[in-house]
Design a protein around this ligand. Structure first.
Ligand SMILES: Nc1nc2c(c(=O)[nH]1)N[C@H]1C(S)=C(S)[C@@H](COP(=O)(O)O)O[C@H]1N2
Ligand SMILES: [Mo]
Length: 367
């Protein structure tokens, strides 16, 4: 699979979305998002500190992560909060951030111990843990704006068995690829990819959120009043860090501006993916509209909803009847098991995160 665009220093890239939806597991060419250089680490030299508000802080090797704990395998999508930013900037207003298309997402198998088992091993202190977080850090390289990368999630989530938070050692049945965090990364299903810290070397139970800038000053859906870097400052502290990702769907084929030669039947096929909101998956319904959202028709869900895997994406296809004409538009919307429905009323935010407007392909030239 060929990778294109979003390439710059540090390495940030995504596959063409048509390639992305060609398989349920996105085996090759997954998006890569980095805020700094990629560290090359020998597994045998790597260890992770588990510390903070625990009774028995320890240091643990990759081998011990394998031997000490039950290994769990989950299927989960991982998406950058900036996925679909290009649509936000095009349809709503200019935003500040990498120009991601619709391909900053992957759907993979992840394997490793559950974070909760590791934390229980260290003995969580039980006093006053209301509002506590588990922070993940990587000190292996500097990143833009900081000499380390980090993020955190609520301790509650980390300890909830059903939240499936993993200390992942494998991706798709093999050791993690270097670019995806070898030898160990965190996977927080349903949550913005920024909290799934790669090359993690410290896991800390603490009374407050991670102090890393990517937790405190970035990856937030700022209110629309924050219109530039200066006016954003007063909102950083009062806007919660993005955790759960919103329900979403994308039309991968056809793409904006495509020329479509209608067959005699007048029918064409739409293809795409859809993602549930946070832990409310799986997606149970995808619908398409050819009349600007007045009426909707159910698409066929091809895979994802039958796996009882609430964290994964679904792939879908739909057959719709298009009229000839320029500037035709088709839309998609998803509904998940939790009853969340994609609304088509996306809210602009300065950093262009969490875009969740209807999936759409516009300016189709149908002849
Ligand atoms: N150490 C480290 N972990 C990180 C990042 C990073 O820059 N450094 N980027 C985060 C972001 S914003 C995303 S979306 C995911 C991307 O994971 P991937 O590169 O495996 O696709 O990793 C997260 N973990
Ligand atoms: Mo991201």
């Amino acid at each position: 699979m060929q990778l294109d665009h979003s390439v710059e220093e540090p390495l940030n890239r995504e596959p063409p979305v048509g390639d992305l939806v060609s398989s349920f597991f996105t085996i090759a060419g997954n998006y890569e998002r980095n805020h700094g250089p990629i560290p090359h680490i020998a597994a045998k030299d790597h260890s992770v500190k588990v510390n903070g508000l625990v009774d028995r802080p320890f240091k643990i090797s990759i081998e011990q992560f394998r031997s000490r704990y039950t290994q769990h395998e989950i299927i989960s999508a991982l998406q950058c909060a900036g996925n679909r930013r290009h649509t936000m900037r095009t349809l709503l207003k200019e935003v500040d951030g990498l120009d991601w298309g619709d391909g900053a997402v992957m759907n993979c198998k992840w394997r490793g111990p559950k974070l909760k088992d590791v934390l229980h091993d260290a003995g969580i202190k039980t006093h006053d843990l209301k509002g506590a977080h588990v922070a993940f850090a990587c000190h292996k390289t500097h990143v833009q704006g900081s000499d380390w990368y980090g993020g955190s999630i609520e301790l509650d989530r980390a300890l909830r068995d059903s939240a499936d938070v993993l200390v992942a050692l494998e991706m798709n049945g093999k050791p993690l690829p270097v670019n995806h965090g070898f030898p160990v990364r965190i996977i927080v299903p349903g949550v913005s990819g920024c909290r799934s810290v790669k090359w993690v070397d410290e896991i800390t139970v603490q009374s407050e959120e991670s102090r890393n800038l990517y937790q405190r000053y970035d990856y937030k859906r700022l209110p629309p009043e924050a219109t530039d870097k200066e006016s954003a400052k007063q909102y950083w502290d009062i806007t919660p860090a993005l955790q759960d990702m919103p329900i979403n769907s994308v039309i991968a084929e056809p793409r904006n501006g495509d020329l479509i030669r209608l067959p005699p039947s007048g029918l064409i096929e739409l293809k795409g993916y859809a993602l549930p909101q946070g832990d409310q998956g799986p997606v149970v319904l995808v619908e398409c509209s050819i009349d600007e959202g007045r009426t909707w028709e159910a698409a066929e869900i091809l895979s994802g909803n039958d796996l009882k895997a609430k964290w994964c994406w679904v792939l879908w296809k739909a057959t719709v009847r298009l009229q000839t004409g320029k500037k035709r538009r088709v839309l998609s919307r998803a509904t998940d098991a939790g009853g969340n429905v994609q609304t088509g009323r996306p809210v602009w935010n300065l950093r262009g995160v969490g875009y969740d407007g209807y999936g759409e392909s516009r300016d189709l030239n149908v002849v």
